[in-house]
Design a protein around this ligand. Structure first.
Ligand code: F0G
Length: 357
């Protein structure tokens, strides 16, 4: 007889209900997001040395392949509870994929504004398959966000970017999961920053757990941006942000104040990493650890490697891998050191010879 298996994990709202602004009346729109693995990465720990323990929080294993699902299950559930029929967002790709999926799951219509030509193929494919209506603008993410913010105040359509407070409520659960797994908060949390919602959400999560005595310390919040898209590092708006990590190609983050507060209160730091450093970290994770993340996510590990000399002895570090590598196949195909024998004759001898026998 086939063994019956019923997963006990039914999504982060059910798991962390008492920590979230939901009630019995809230319809829970979920794809069983959350509960993502915290994986040790010895190849990175060895490069840091000094008895450090380094983990990645692999949030690319969420249902649509990014951490956005944590925020979207909350934002869409609350939009549904409020009786909304349509949602809108600006996106570098992941928010649009997640909004599209959860909106459809909840029976809502999704409109997404994206910077034309700057969204990775996998993310675009997702928005198409989940049936969102896509508006590609001749402008960047910051331009798109300005438009959707205004539209959502003028017309009956719910904004689901991270200015929607329910987004950060959902995303804070990643901090809960880290503490629940380690039994304590890490010493450092390394995280990529774009619109700076996620770093703010993590800080909120760690603080709520700290106040409830679930952990005895708070991590230093270490936020990283791509060198040519680093408004928080250089403390100015960047008019024309550029980077291979298109997810964080953002020049004017809306959650600026919250992120600065997280950095200052935690005695953390913001820093920039070059595209070259991002790709280096991306390749180490892929080829030495078997972990495929998108380039924006690798910025957290690139940042940690940049700070290697400043890591104290015996530090526990978590780097957040925000999105799945499958999202951006072009980046993968153009940035690897794989051996690829093409156009090989279809016979055993030739193949064996190619293998080196
Ligand atoms: N990593 C990935 C893979 C992202 O998609 C994003 C943001 C970030 C990091 C930065 O997170 O904005 O909270 O600081 N992506 C947004 C989007 C902008 O539209 O998908 P943040």
């Amino acid at each position: 007889m086939a063994q019956e298996f019923i997963s006990s994990w039914t999504g982060l709202i059910n798991a962390y209900r008492s920590w979230l602004p939901v009630s019995e009346e809230t319809p829970i729109i979920s794809l069983h997001e959350g509960s993502t693995p915290l994986i040790p990465v010895p190849s990175i720990a060895n490069r840091i040395g000094k008895g450090s323990k380094v983990y990645v929080k692999y949030d690319g294993l969420n249902p649509t392949g990014s951490f956005k699902d944590r925020g979207m299950t909350m934002a869409i559930s609350k939009a549904k509870e409020e009786g909304c029929e349509a949602v809108i967002c600006a996106s570098t790709g992941n928010t649009s994929a997640s909004a599209a999926a959860y909106a459809k799951r909840g029976g809502l219509k999704a409109f997404v504004l994206i910077p034309d030509g700057y969204v990775a193929q996998g993310k675009l494919a997702q928005a198409l398959v989940y049936g969102a209506e896509i508006i590609a603008i001749r402008g960047n993410f910051d331009d798109a966000l300005e438009i959707v913010q205004e539209i959502s105040t003028k017309y009956p359509i719910k904004l689901v970017n991270s200015v929607n407070p329910y987004r950060l409520q959902g995303q804070k659960t990643a901090a809960f999961e880290i503490v629940d797994t380690l039994g304590e908060a890490p010493d450092w949390l390394c995280i990529p920053m774009g619109n700076a919602g996620n770093i703010s959400a993590y800080w909120m999560g760690f603080n709520e757990y700290y106040k409830a005595n679930k952990c005895k310390k708070l991590p230093k919040m270490m936020g990283f941006q791509a060198h040519e898209s680093a408004p928080l590092v250089f403390n100015k708006i960047i008019e024309n942000p550029e980077t291979i990590a298109t997810a964080i190609r953002i020049g004017n983050p809306v959650n600026r104040e919250k992120a600065i507060k997280a950095k200052e209160m935690s005695k953390g730091a913001f820093s920039d990493v070059t595209d070259k450093e991002i790709i280096n970290a991306y390749q180490i994770l892929g080829s030495e650890e078997g972990i495929f993340c998108e380039p924006a996510s690798a910025a957290s590990v690139a940042g940690l490697l940049k700070f290697a000399n400043e890591v104290p002895n015996n530090t526990t570090i978590v780097c957040v891998l925000t999105g799945n590598g499958l999202k951006d196949p072009d980046c993968a195909n153009n940035n690897n050191k794989a051996i690829f024998h093409s156009n090989i004759e279809n016979d055993i001898k030739t193949v064996a010879k190619t293998l080196g026998f």
